[in-house]
Design a protein around this ligand. Sequence first.
Ligand SMILES: [Zn+2]
Length: 594
Amino acid sequence: MPLFTTDSLEMLRHKIDLFEVLSAHLTFQRSGSTYKTLCPFHEEKTPSFIIQRGSAHYHCFGCGAHGDAISFLMTHVRMPFTEAVESLAERFQVHLEKEEEKGNPTPNKIALKKALAFASELYHYLLLHTEEGIEALNYLYKRGITLEFIRRFQIGFAPQHYSLLIQYLQSCGIEEDIMLQSGLIKMPSGGKKRDFFSERITFPILDSLGAVIGFSARKYKQDTFGGKYINSPETILFKKSRVLFGLSYSRVKIAKQQTAILVEGQIDALRLIDTGFDYVVAAQGTAFGEEHVKELLQLGIKKIYLALDADEAGQAATQKIGDLFQKNGIDTRVVALEKDKDPDLLLREKGPNHFTHLLETSSDYLNFLFFYLAKDRDLQIPSQKNQVVNQIVDQIKSWQQPVLIHESLKKLAEIAQVPEASIGISQICMPDLFIPQQESVSLQEVDGDRILELDLLRWLLMGSSQYPEMIGIAKANLKQDHFRVLSAWKLYIALLAGHQSGCFDLLAIGSSLNDPEEQKTLSELLQRKINLNKTKEGFIEALRKVLLRDWMQKREQIRIEIQTIGHSEEETLQLAYQFDVLKNQIPEVLIPKI
Ligand SMILES: [Zn+2]
């Protein structure tokens, strides 16, 4: 986790316009200096989520949700802390200085975004208003894409021209190295610099705050050089292994429903979003990998629908991508599309209800896998059936999670109609099968002390704006030795300090933490959702657990002391007395009188 300098965070804090950040995600109604909308954190019919013009905090009178721009991005848009800070810095044009990078300037993301925004405007203009764009435009119209749709998603057109974009960007005052760094132009070795995209329909890819960070471009004519889809090259903004097309539109819904749909092409994704299935992302060819899965896991998905094309390439991709989700314990469903019908075409021909029906009747991944692998084989021939089953058994055993493996093997036995014992279910409790991979279990993740203490701080942070008395309760009960995790204790101190100036200001708290470990703890703390209707109960309960843990440990210490050899009888009696006294003093949470 990068450590930002306090000065630069302070500068950012002053520049953030909360209304501007939130209105990218919510539609407000104005009355006087107050802006109101339906609360994104709870279901309601009349708006009780408000911000005051100029205030750094939002507040919901319905559910008590309260926070600043950072906490909104973290809880509603599900961005990690660092990403939230960085994106706000880009948006409000503050250069965030990192401690280790002092005097060592980072590439200017703001300048790159400006160049990309100019490029997007140009491409969009060229598609709609030029002779050259007509063929591409007709292609889109033929696919049932309307002018409104083109405008909504800023679809564009990169013509067959070596330097039209270069000339345009030059006229906008963009320097050449910015054009290169933004991936908009390329410089073949020994050749002349030229526009990166040529003769393609362009789809801007946006970050979570709506800024263009790259393009995905597809060909619309058979004879265009290169693959069906081409993306911007890797840049500091555009990380190919992580970028998911459509996520800027789908992020919130995906996090809310914990479900996503994965399709192949951009038009499929945009069509689904436009039709109300706004929890979709596009894989765009075969480049979909582990990092993409992680992006979705971070949003908390529990279920994924794979709606890739029915052709051989699409099915092979389904096999590979399905494995990535399944092994992470995600409920992976395979949507059966008809041959030559992608989701876009299906939606146009048969409407959204039909697509919903396809989602509802999707098959689970193992079922798909069995029939996919069996399709060129004759299952009546024992050796061929054996091959299919063994291949799947090997794949299942690589999934690392014992229960998942066990249940999947059982299911496979059922699908393949073979006895469970014949595919080795009885042996899978062999311990060597389950040596965890380093990435899957780290000590930190299973540290019960850490989980408990972060839980306590999370309730305190999220609840105390609604129940300010929580601060007093915390102070009356907690001392340093109640904390086992040092960064949690430090964060607690920072929270108390941050609260004195009114309510919590995450940026102020973040900037007061000058240890990467503490910043990481804060980020970890904010990434889990809590029930905002139960903050006070949750807080008291977590507090009680911390006190109990302390009490039990003290008892345990005395017990061990008693068993230690070398005490006189009197000392032992004394200890036994202490033990008895302590045993009857089960700790209660102290609620100070106001
Ligand atoms: Zn609310």
